[in-house]
Design a protein around this ligand. Structure first.
Ligand code: MN
Length: 431
């Protein structure tokens, strides 16, 4: 089936500013609450949020097999569970109805009033009920940098790293929507030069510049899927800030890996950009140097995406300080390889599961995806516009991640993924 929604020549009757992340070729999916307190699944064109619950009720999806309440829900899980064919039919229909030449909704003011909202008048909610969250560690540059800092240059990349996409099972309950304030966490750390650990607010609160992908039901319990079919089960992608407390992480991570240094919060952007919308931006990933085991060998080498990413620090005086610019295409392991590896032991992956890419660092210092790397373990502080310095983040800092794809004809963007850091709060029982 053709992805008619991707037609780059299509214009909408809704106004879309130049360089907007959400032209009619994007058609992402999200969940929002209107000012009348109605929660619905929706999409976005330009600065307009479109209520797909109302759109469906008023008959605009006629002919597409959908349950009556498909979009009148507080999560996209059921829709995602319906599979690629439905996603494509729905996106194609939305594109058709909002096409400048289509008068059906354009000229029906009554319907427009209940379907279309100013995006600033709705509140975005978490778009999926995240069942399981897995975080990979798939940037070779990031793994090498962290390895040098934690273990020295001789041991930087562990011997397993080039043979499989390394990952760990994260915590889904603390995944929050962009804009949610992030409280500086307490934790146990071993201060430099000490032999006794202490308990207190982290002194090394960091970001991880990541993307994440969301899956549909992938496989039955006990049945691995192949790397060549894995892509069929990926619904879409979001921006993802996997907040990390480096001092807590450093003390706790041996022998079982990340735990409380990561699980206090991860922030995701509200609009899920479908893999269909990203199709024009497919590209080759880095060459994989080591001979891979057959279950990870992918026939299609155009298995990455050219997605420009950047992180900005907004200080309390409103200054915007660019921290880094990276790109999804630097990732060594593809999403299909991650998913094939994930199911290779028979572990079942379900609709609404979220897979983080791991910090995406590029080859140069201005493309590193964490403060840990940008300040080289805190040794090279960053000087901001207001002349203050940062090794890690201060209270009051607002971290903004943005991402977009662009070619000669269209720009498909992700919007923003933001989180402002709040001061630590003394736990009640310790007051
Ligand atoms: Mn991470």
């Amino acid at each position: 089936m053709q992805i008619a929604a991707n037609n780059p020549n299509r214009k909408s009757w809704l106004n879309v500013a130049e360089n907007c992340d959400f032209p009619i070729q994007n058609i992402p999916f999200g969940v929002f609450i209107t000012k009348d307190d109605i929660i619905t699944i929706g999409t976005r064109i330009g600065e307009y949020a479109i209520d797909l619950g109302a759109f469906h009720q008023l008959g605009y999806f006629e002919g597409i097999p959908l349950t009556d309440d498909m979009f009148m829900q507080d999560s996209l899980n059921d829709f995602i569970s319906d599979g690629r064919k439905t996603w494509r039919l729905v996106r194609n229909r939305i594109a058709e109805v909002f096409d400048a030449k289509n008068a059906s909704l354009r000229d029906n003011l009554k319907h427009r009033e209940v379907i279309i909202f100013d995006v600033n008048e709705v509140e975005m909610l978490l778009p999926i009920h995240v069942g399981d969250y897995t975080d990979f560690y798939s940037s070779k540059e990031h793994a090498t940098n962290v390895g040098i800092m934690f273990r020295g240059a001789d041991n930087a990349l562990m011997s397993n790293w080039l043979h499989m996409p390394i990952g760990y099972h994260g915590r889904s309950s603390s995944i929050v929507i962009s804009g949610t304030k992030i409280r500086r966490p307490y934790g146990q750390t071993l201060p430099n030069g000490e032999t006794q650990p202490v308990f207190g607010p982290t002194k090394a609160l960091d970001m991880e510049l990541e993307t994440a992908f969301i899956t549909t039901d992938v496989n039955n319990f006990g049945e691995p899927i192949s790397v060549d079919e894995a892509g069929e089960y990926i619904f879409g992608m979001v921006l993802f800030n996997d907040w990390s407390a480096r001092d807590i992480q450093k003390w706790e991570y041996v022998p079982l890996g990340p735990f409380l240094g990561k699980s206090f919060a991860s922030t995701m952007s509200p609009w899920i950009i479908t893999m269909d919308a990203l199709e024009p931006f497919k590209c080759k990933g880095p060459k994989q140097e080591t001979g891979l085991l057959p279950y990870l060998q992918q026939k299609n080498t155009e298995n990455s995406f050219d997605i420009k990413l950047k992180a900005t620090l907004e200080t309390e005086n409103g200054d915007l300080n660019l921290l880094t610019e990276s790109n999804f295409k630097y990732l060594y392991w593809s999403m299909s390889q991650q998913l094939a590896h994930h199911t290779s032991n028979g572990c079942n992956v379900r609709a609404g599961d979220l897979m983080g890419s791991g910090t995406i660092s590029g080859p140069t210092k201005n493309s590193y995806g964490s403060m840990l790397e940008l300040t080289w373990g805190g040794k090279e502080p960053i000087v901001l516009k207001d002349k203050t310095t940062r090794t890690f983040f201060n209270d009051g800092d607002n971290v903004i991640i943005r991402g977009y794809c662009k070619n000669d004809t269209i720009r498909i963007g992700f919007g923003k993924c933001t989180g402002k850091i709040m001061p630590a709060m003394v736990p009640k029982h310790l007051k």
